[in-house]
Design a protein around this ligand. Structure first.
Ligand SMILES: NC(=O)c1ccc[n+]([C@@H]2O[C@H](COP(=O)([O-])OP(=O)(O)OC[C@H]3O[C@@H](n4cnc5c(N)ncnc54)[C@H](O)[C@@H]3O)[C@@H](O)[C@H]2O)c1
Length: 249
């Protein structure tokens, strides 16, 4: 029960890493707001998680919707201790010149602007309550980029650095900000990263670049999010923790 009594909000929790984080947080005694654009998916996950979970439909790229999601969480749980900015998106792996401006902006809106909105909503709340924890899901893509994902890679570079900068500026407020940088994992986004189609041969090509010889799994990311979210990590801020089987070494 390493998160007993913690009131948490996880974005993009209807699937993949976010769902894994939500499951782990519930198991460890937290209350979890399952926040996602996918209304049905969020409701299904919240139902699975039981009475300590609520589902909230929200497009994290829209400031008013982020405000409403945080308000709904505070109303349901009586406060908010940990926020995990996990929702993310990329266009399929493709040459950089083929991406149009609308797609570029969508990548940044979902991956980067979302954290701006969440920060604007949570910091006043946490300044009043005496502190809080933000975890951002960055990526090894922002540390050791692969070709074909330039705009996504750069958005995750922004997430990685933004986390460190938020950490240093918000430390006096007892607000910890850390980042988790996963290597490629078998989630709904996998085919977008590798390029279509998802074949065993195509996967092998990517796995060959990971020293520990496998992709990441939701439990790997969830275990890192458990530690960084818990009070065991109460002197840890500004870290970009690679969960990558050695990919970025
Ligand atoms: N899978 C990987 O290989 C990998 C590697 C490194 C980092 N990441 C990052 O991990 C995070 C989770 O991705 P995943 O791999 O679990 O993919 P996923 O597609 O399974 O999950 C992403 C979730 O985010 C939700 N979402 C998308 N746009 C949203 C929006 N505007 N508002 C609210 N919710 C929205 C989706 O509905 C989905 O439930 C992302 O930030 C991704 O960039 C993934």
């Amino acid at each position: 029960m390493r998160l007993e009594g913690k009131r948490t909000l996880v974005t993009g929790a209807a699937s993949g890493f976010g769902k894994g984080i939500a499951e782990t947080y519930i198991r460890e005694g937290a209350k979890v707001a399952v926040v996602d654009l996918n209304e049905e998916g969020a409701k299904a996950v919240a139902r699975e998680l039981g009475e300590n979970a609520i589902a909230v439909t929200c497009d994290v790229s829209k400031g008013d919707q982020v405000q409403a999601a945080v308000d709904a969480t505070v109303e349901a749980f009586g406060g908010l201790d940990i926020v995990v900015n996990n929702a993310g998106w990329t266009n399929p792996n493709s040459p950089l010149m083929e991406t149009d401006e609308e797609t570029f902006r969508k990548i940044y809106d979902i991956n980067v602007v979302s954290i701006f909105h969440m920060t604007k909503v949570c910091v006043p709340l946490w300044r009043k309550s005496g502190g809080g924890v933000m975890l951002n899901i960055g990526s090894t893509a922002g540390i050791r980029p692969r070709p074909g994902l330039t705009w996504y890679n750069s958005s995750k570079g922004a997430v990685n650095l933004m986390s460190r900068s938020l950490a240093v500026e918000l430390a006096p407020d007892n607000i910890r900000v850390n980042c988790i940088a996963p290597v490629m994992g078998a989630t709904a986004l996998l085919e977008q990263f590798m390029g279509v189609p998802d074949t065993p041969e195509n996967r092998e090509k990517f796995i060959a670049t990971i020293p520990m010889g496998r992709m990441s799994q939701p439990r790997d990311i969830a275990n890192a999010a458990l530690y960084l979210g818990s009070d065991e990590a109460d002197f840890i801020t500004g870290v970009v923790l690679e969960v990558d089987g050695g990919r970025t070494v």
